[in-house]
Write a protein that binds this ligand. Structure first.
Ligand code: FES
Ligand code: FE2
Length: 351
């Protein structure tokens, strides 16, 4: 297994689960998500105990998930509740998984249910804070989730993949520094006295600042397990303190990346941007979402073709350059977490 099981993953945006079930594979598990009585979200194996049809092809009636084949109705706990003309008491139950709706997302715990503590769910800085606004989207990408972590922990690729929006030669020319604090890996890069690339010129204008003056630019990437990457990004008018500049001298935001393995070689990528300027401006949220969606779509082909190459040449070594340190250290944390998962399982087996 290449991913941590005892962790909370974003499985869906809360808005994706309405009055219909959603079938989605998370960490290799085929699941059906639906809202039970009272609207609380449940996740059960996407399997009908009658003949094995996918429960997610059914519908939700009075808070029960009803199979679309012959009408077996299942509760949030995965137990058969009823079926026309049948007694269901002896039907085998489906597994159900711990699931929590929070911060606009549906979080799933694929591992040991006894360890699923909702207090461990990532606490986003913007959630529930009126000074912040958030907008984002979802991409399905056919690559190992660790390739996406590598991508986000090494932003030198912006110079090449995103040359028309956020890329610029100075990224390549400025060294990055990486450090690990506990389970968190932080890679940072600071660029001084440069001209802002097009995306940041737009953000400067949106902030009422000139877009043609030299700026100081920063990128601070934070990886935390199982696979979240939050990136502080921004520009400040040059000489005002960069990252520490007062808010009326800068445009800054937080790039939000929740990367959820679907299989060993595919992901659900929840991307977004949170900002603490003009939070009430819904039109600005939409235009940032549109711009970011376009920029992030530029990574898809590269990641998918990279994955195909890695499958094509499984024995070939990859270089680990200075720019790769963030991804390499993140993988060390991931490996430690996976080892802790299996140590926990060994304890259970030997007990
Ligand atoms: S397969 Fe689901 S009710 Fe028959
Ligand atoms: Fe990118």
């Amino acid at each position: 297994m290449t991913f941590q099981k005892n962790a909370w993953y974003v499985a869906a945006m809360a808005s994706e689960i309405d009055d219909k079930p959603l079938g989605r594979r998370i960490c290799g598990l085929p699941l059906a998500f639906f809202r039970g009585e009272g609207g609380q979200v449940a996740a059960v194996e996407d399997w009908c105990p009658h003949r094995g049809a996918p429960m997610s092809l059914g519908k939700v009636v009075d808070g029960k998930l009803v199979c679309g084949y012959h009408g077996l109705a299942m509760g949030c706990n995965g137990k058969a509740h009823s079926m026309p003309g049948q007694r269901v008491g002896g039907f085998p139950a489906n597994r159900s998984y711990p699931v929590v709706e929070r911060h606009g997302f549906i979080w799933l715990w694929p591992g040991d249910p006894d360890k699923a503590d909702p207090a461990l769910i990532h606490q986003p800085v913007w959630s529930g804070n009126a000074d912040w606004a958030y907008g984002g989207g979802l991409y399905h990408i056919k690559c190992d989730y660790r390739l996406m972590v590598d991508n986000l922990m090494d932003l030198t690729h912006e110079t090449y993949v995103h040359s028309t929006s956020i890329g610029q030669a100075e990224i390549d020319e400025s060294p990055c520094r990486t450090r690990t604090e506990g389970d968190e890996v932080i890679t940072s890069r600071f660029m001084e006295n440069i001209i802002a690339p097009p995306f940041w010129q737009m953000a400067l204008r949106a902030n009422g600042l000139p877009d043609d003056q030299p700026v100081d630019r920063w990128q601070i990437c934070h990886f935390t397990p199982p696979s979240h990457v939050m990136i502080e990004v921004g520009v400040a008018l040059a000489g005002h303190g960069g990252h520490e500049a007062p808010t009326d001298k800068k445009a800054s935001s937080l790039v939000v990346d929740f990367i959820t393995p679907e299989t060993e070689t595919s992901i659900w990528y929840f991307w977004g941007m949170a900002r603490d300027f003009r939070p009430g401006d819904a039109a600005l949220t939409d235009s940032i979402r549109e711009g970011q969606g376009k920029i992030f779509s530029e990574d898809l082909e590269m990641l998918e073709r990279q994955q195909q190459n890695l499958l094509e040449w499984p024995g070939r070594n990859l270089l680990k350059l200075n720019i790769d340190t963030g991804g390499v250290q993140a993988r060390r944390v991931i490996d430690r977490m996976i080892a802790a998962d299996s140590a926990g399982e060994a304890e259970v087996t030997s007990a």
